[in-house]
Write a new protein. Structure first.
Length: 270
């Protein structure tokens, strides 16, 4: 009797071990089929600090949450601001793993200083619109209307990508414009419209989309002359380079592209 019991016990243990091995093998195959699945076996852990242009606030916040779910054990922290300010902080040694800028020019400030680990890649594009209060009370239909007497307009500062793009579009339209305020990032310019302090602001389409309950977006043809490419790169001083590279890959994955498209971003040029 005892011998039979021991034999059955050994057989049961062997069967269980085989079932566990089969389950692990199936899980491994599933992860291989879904490269964005992440999980306990991908070796990505720890904090990731991302410096990103203010216009990426909504889409990157969503992607950060998705990334943490796909890679248990990671924590993504964002610093959103004007790209030029962030580039200065990176070059001054601020601790960050990834930098996502709203223009190649601001990214060059980091790469020229030798603070990028590898070459930046473009992951999205963005285009300007005229943000006006809901209902468009001043009947703004194009850039020329912004120069009408008494019309108060907010722009981004010229060193900020949205400000440089605005100046390019205004020059293309031949519209001389003196704004009542120059803001340090696109969120600042948009907030002036939301608070009723100005009649209009030149902002990215994505920011107007995110604030659609409070502002209307007026498209204008000259915006095609000032489309901004958005580059991203792992930083040389990254404290968690493995997770940083994985985050960049996630932004460029199908899931990342879907989130960016939903926010109003355009795909990078092929």
């Amino acid at each position: 009797m005892t011998a039979r019991w021991n034999h059955r016990t050994r057989w049961t243990r062997a069967a269980l071990a085989g079932a566990v091995a089969l389950a692990l093998a199936v899980t491994g195959c599933a992860d291989e089929l879904d490269p964005s699945a992440g999980g306990a076996g991908d070796g990505v852990r720890g904090p990731v600090t991302v410096f990103a242009a203010a216009s990426l606030t909504e889409s990157f916040t969503r992607l950060g949450t998705e990334f943490e779910t796909a890679h248990p054990g990671t924590t993504v922290t964002f610093s959103f601001a004007g790209s030029s300010a962030l580039a200065t902080q990176v070059n001054q040694g601020a601790p960050a793993d990834v930098f996502a800028a709203a223009s190649p020019a601001t990214m060059r400030a980091v790469t020229d200083a030798g603070n990028a680990d590898g070459s930046p890649v473009t992951f999205a594009r963005n285009q300007l619109v005229i943000a006006v209060p809901k209902g468009n009370p001043r009947s703004v239909s194009g850039l020329a209307d912004l120069a009408r007497s008494g019309t108060k307009v907010a722009l981004c500062a010229p060193q900020v990508p949205c400000g440089a793009a605005a100046r390019t579009a205004l020059d293309a339209a031949g519209v001389p414009l003196t704004p009542v305020t120059l803001e340090q990032d696109v969120k600042g310019a948009l907030s002036k419209v939301r608070l009723g302090e100005v009649d209009a602001a030149l902002v990215y389409r994505t920011d107007a989309t995110a604030a659609a309950s409070e502002v209307d977006a007026v498209e204008f043809p000259e915006s095609a002359e000032a489309v901004n490419d958005y580059p991203i790169v792992v930083l040389r001083q990254a404290g968690n380079p493995a997770a940083a590279r994985e985050f960049v890959a996630y932004v460029r994955s199908d899931r990342g592209r879907a989130a960016l498209s939903a926010a109003g971003f355009q795909p990078p040029r092929a």
